[in-house]
Design a protein around this ligand. Structure first.
Ligand code: ADP
Ligand code: MG
Length: 591
């Protein structure tokens, strides 16, 4: 790190720490209360930054989990006299179980059904709090004990402030660690739809559950704090309205940085307070007018700054120093196939979509070290063959074998670790992530550390190895200069090459490329062809799906030609060039 440059992270952290130490000593009571609330809300909003902002799963129901943490401690500490520290654990365990269950049923829902689902259980839990006799009905539970820290009773807002903000800081830092890891990359890949992540072995359903439970636990923690700060709970603060406000906070802060949660919670809390004071004076009567103003402001924000406030705010700080990943021990590599070893074999593979037979009785084989071109006019069924081989779609009939093992019965996720990696016809990148991070996703299955190790920073050795591998593959394809650029800022040709580096990170023995040359300029095509030749000379086997005949002719060892879902020819490039059926398909066909 260059001396004299204060990195963004350290600067924010430093300012934050000083403020949090000094503020409770000097601020008046009223502002301390406000600060306490901001802290409580930040913890919930942080969960939503992860779940909604980063993971793309919208939840309106977070307030119910806050209520769960609050009611668990209220009930157990007043009725059974349990220590609040113990009730915290019970509350978290309860929230864990309930959110796991709710996650299993709601995260299967797609599109807008998911937010609707969260509204449904958000409302149900709210009414449950109010209707349960033993929870005090709508009057709630009062006289909760104060939290005791090392013999000190936290019975004033001023003291409580330190506890709240210490926990905010812990939650923020562990979340930051989590996002900067193997699991973090997998989580950030969810928003793009998950196909790419699954193709590199990420269990996307599991990742969704993990972030859902994580967000619920943070909400529950906030509820526990809330209950002991007020020493009283009733159902009102856990309604769906509160759930919507939490979501506002996460959206306003934005997902660009975990600090967005604090910024969002701060802005909304202060603004709400301010509007509650101001609006009745302006309008001459009281009512919940601030909600209307909030609504308008949110719409404006979504139009002007979709990514929230944080991307605007961070511009004022120097960007963090970018370093190449340190040299690390190399990851283990799988055994290479011998030249000529049978790699991939299709036996009468068939795929129909309703009445349309996209792939009909396709059989071909390829062996180790070979570059096989699969060509044909648009709509011939090439991508469908590709999807059958990579497990994205199940076959309707026939079989696919890879290195002597039947793979057409396996999912995409189970096929990658067998040594097959792919690129996409339409690039699937995470544009806001760096080139290096994007490529490291390819190595997902070569690491094993999970979210807890990541949050506690126990994954650093493995992480260094994964990033070093990504850097190595980027060097191999000639993209070293762009390691720290945002993937979205690369030209299309480079994005395609990035995808090849990502596939190489999976340590494949067979690389499947779907129309890598489509949309490229001549020079980009040349660079790509050079790269593929280089990979071949290193012993890589490649199945190249292409539309562009000229591009493949010089590259491949053999060709399989498809038209209308069927194989119409197979042979050496020069044989194919003069094959009448092929000429007919290309010249008299779709074009
Ligand atoms: P290619 O990659 O050779 O251009 P595809 O494999 O993409 O061709 O498509 C082959 C045929 O299958 C086309 O007629 C296409 O419309 C159809 N097809 C492909 N995917 C689907 C799908 N998911 N659902 C229905 N039809 C599809
Ligand atoms: Mg295609």
């Amino acid at each position: 790190m260059r001396r004299g440059v204060v990195t963004r992270t350290r600067l924010i952290l430093g300012v934050f720490l000083v403020f949090m130490l000094v503020a409770p000593l000097v601020l008046p009571e009223f502002q301390i209360t406000l600060l306490n609330y901001i802290g409580l809300y930040s913890i919930v909003a942080l969960g939503l930054v992860l779940l909604t902002g980063i993971g793309g799963l919208t939840s309106f129901g977070q307030a119910a989990f806050v209520g769960m943490g609050a009611y668990a401690t209220a009930y157990l500490s007043t009725v059974y006299g349990m220590s609040p520290w113990l009730t915290l654990i019970v509350g978290l365990v309860l929230t864990f179980a309930v959110s796991l269950f709710l996650g299993f049923i709601t995260l299967r829902l797609s599109g807008h059904y998911l937010p609707l689902g969260t509204i449904a259980w958000g409302i149900s839990l709210y009414y449950l709090f109010g209707n349960m006799e033993f929870l005090g009905g709508h009057n709630g539970i009062s006289s909760l004990p104060a939290i005791n820290v090392f013999g000190l009773e936290l019975d004033t807002g001023r003291e409580f402030n330190y506890l709240i903000w210490s926990l905010v800081l812990l939650a923020l830092l562990s979340m930051q660690n989590l996002l900067d890891s193997r699991s973090g990359r997998a989580i950030r890949a969810l928003k793009g739809g998950g196909l790419m992540a699954e193709s590199f072995g990420v269990d996307t359903a599991r990742m969704k559950i993990i972030i859902f439970v994580h967000a619920a636990l943070l909400a529950s923690l906030s509820g526990w704090l809330y209950a002991h700060l007020l020493r009283f709970v009733n159902p009102t603060p856990f309604s769906i309205n509160a759930g919507i406000e939490y979501l506002f906070m996460a959206v306003v802060g934005g997902a660009a940085s975990v600090w967005g949660a604090v910024v969002g919670a701060g802005i909304l809390t202060v603004l709400k307070q301010w509007l509650q004071d101001l609006l009745p004076k302006l309008l001459g009567q009281s009512g919940n007018f601030e909600m209307i103003v909030f609504g308008v402001l949110l719409v404006l924000l979504l139009q002007r700054a979709r990514e929230g406030i944080m991307p605007l705010a961070v511009r004022f700080f120097p960007a963090p120093e970018k370093l190449l990943p340190p040299l690390a021990q190399e990851l283990t590599r799988r055994a290479r196939p011998a030249a000529g070893e049978m790699l991939l074999e299709l036996k009468g593979a068939r795929k129909s979509f309703g009445g349309l037979v996209a792939v009909n009785d396709m059989s071909f084989a390829m062996s180790g070290g070979e570059i096989l071109g699969l060509i044909g006019p648009n709509g011939a069924g090439k991508s469908t063959v590709f999807n059958l081989v990579t497990g994205v779609m199940p076959v309707t009939g026939g079989e696919v074998h890879f290195r002597g093992e039947r793979i057409d019965t396996l999912s995409a996720r189970a096929i990658v670790p067998r040594g097959l990696a792919r690129t996409f016809q339409h690039v699937h990148l995470l544009p806001a992530m760096t080139v290096l991070e994007n490529v490291a996703i390819g190595a997902h299955l070569r690491g094993s550390k999970g979210v807890i190790s990541a949050a506690l920073r126990l994954d650093r050795t493995e992480e260094a190895m994964l990033l070093a591998e990504a850097a190595r593959q980027l060097a191999r394809v000639g993209l070293s200069a762009s390691v720290h650029e945002q993937a979205g800022s690369l030209a299309l040709g480079q994005q395609r090459i990035l995808e090849i580096a990502r596939a190489l990170c999976a340590d494949p023995v067979l690389l499947l490329l779907d129309e890598p040359a489509a949309g490229l300029r001549l020079q980009e095509k040349r660079a790509l062809a050079e790269l593929l030749c280089k990979l071949k000379s290193e012993g890589m086997s490649i199945l190249l799906v292409e539309h562009d005949m000229d591009f493949v002719m010089k590259l491949v060892d053999r060709l399989v030609v498809m038209d209308f879902g069927e194989k119409i020819a197979e042979g050496l490039p020069k044989e194919i060039q003069t094959n009448p059926a092929v000429l007919e398909a290309y010249l008299g066909g779709v074009k």
